[in-house]
Ligand binder design. Structure first.
Ligand SMILES: [Zn+2]
Length: 393
């Protein structure tokens, strides 16, 4: 099947694909509350004639279309999204799914219900191409990507496919990796006293201040593909919370984006050195890797350290180069290969030994903002792209 035929097939399903994406956006699905969206995805996969559709114990929806003996492929998207915040700040209501000037608006439209809809349709329409599918194709809609990847971590163990395409936003260009993420908490303990007599206590804030200044000057590891690792102090909390009491303890969250090969232990040791160096007399301080307890909408509970692995597929990997050639031909334009700045579920799959590449509709700079919107043409183009990649391994 040539590019024009693929385009025509997708074009003939334009209205229902757009309507399905709108329904997904109109159905809020914060992490742990993906049940309603999962039901929509499941129903659509069944309607599109997948061979098998099931929901696993953590609530991921998986649809399978059987194929030949080629390397099995999974198209992967997540069903959850970040909070929309105050709806009044949005130029268009966040759960409207309204199409304005060719763009579909709303929280999750780019991250990543557009890619999810495109993948669901690609997995269904590929059957109607009249050519045998070279390998088994799985489409997975996973839970809780935004809070630690409960769904992907579960799926990476349960479904050992060989190749994965992650649909996070890339304006339909190819991606071959990203840095990892480690969330750490720095703790300080001093002695709390009445704020009218600060000299009697040990106020951790002064050690924290020196530490934060030091974070900015910390020498960071670098990588030819990803540049430098970065670290950002984010949330800070002190206790007790009364304004007329000096704190006895302060807790600071650090968001560390690590280049490949830079492990959590190395990072912890580096930060611990800085904490030690910045302590004022009487204050103690230590670093810990944050962890999260996640509960799925199906009731499964899991505790994970807040670590998102990086992943890198070699720039000259044969599948990546083939994908570039196939897409350039079918999409009729050049398709550059780059890397993502943010972390994705791809790291969990790569850690399980799968080869991971990325491609998804939408502009990643609009993700998590009140300007989130997806060009409908990119939604269609990504559907064509996913089908082309499934047909040409
Ligand atoms: Zn995402």
């Amino acid at each position: 099947m040539n590019g024009t035929e693929l385009w025509n097939l997708v074009e003939s399903h334009r209205e229902e694909l757009v309507a399905f994406t709108q329904r997904l956006v109109q159905t809020p699905s914060m992490p742990g509350q993906e049940g309603a969206v999962a039901a929509l995805v499941q129903a659509e996969m069944k309607r599109l004639g997948y061979d098998e559709v099931w929901v696993d114990e953590v609530g991921n929806v998986i649809g399978q279309t059987a194929g030949g003996d080629g390397p099995s492929l999974m198209l992967n998207a997540h069903m959850d999204h970040v909070d929309a915040g105050d709806p009044a700040r949005w130029p268009c209501p966040p759960f409207s799914g309204e199409v304005r000037d060719g763009e579909l608006w709303g929280r999750g439209s780019v991250d990543m219900k557009g890619a999810l809809a495109a993948m669901v349709y690609a997995g269904g329409l590929v059957r109607q191409c009249g050519v045998p599918l070279p390998a088994s194709l799985y489409v997975s809609a996973v839970v809780q990507e935004e809070v630690g990847g409960l769904g992907a971590r579960h799926l990476a163990r349960a479904l050992p496919v060989q190749r994965v395409i992650v649909g996070e936003a890339s304006q339909n260009q190819l991606r071959r990796g990203h840095r990892g993420r480690v969330e750490l908490i720095a703790h300080w303990e001093g002695r709390s006293v009445h704020a009218s007599m600060p000299d009697l206590g040990v106020n951790p804030h002064f050690s924290v201040a020196r530490f934060i200044q030091g974070v900015r000057e910390l020498p960071m590891a670098t990588d030819p593909d990803y540049g430098a690792s970065t670290v950002a102090p984010t949330c800070i909390r002190s206790e007790p919370t009364s304004a007329n009491v000096t704190p006895g303890a302060v807790h600071l969250v650090l968001d560390w984006r690590n280049i490949p090969g830079e492990g959590a232990e190395e990072i912890t040791a580096k930060l611990q050195d800085l904490v030690d160096h910045c302590l004022e007399p009487g204050c103690r301080g230590w670093i810990e890797i944050a962890s999260k307890e996640l509960v799925s909408y199906t009731g499964v509970r899991a505790v994970y350290p807040d670590l998102f692995p990086s992943f890198t597929t070699a720039a000259d990997h044969p599948w990546l180069l083939k994908a570039q050639e196939v897409l350039s031909s079918v999409l009729g334009r050049s398709v550059p290969i780059g890397t993502w700045r943010f972390a994705t579920d791809g790291g969990h799959f790569a850690e399980a030994g799968m080869t991971v590449i990325g491609l998804g509709p939408g502009d990643d700079r609009l993700v998590h903002t009140v300007e989130e919107r997806l060009p409908v043409e990119q939604l269609l183009e990504s559907t064509v792209a996913y089908m082309a990649l499934a047909l040409n391994p």
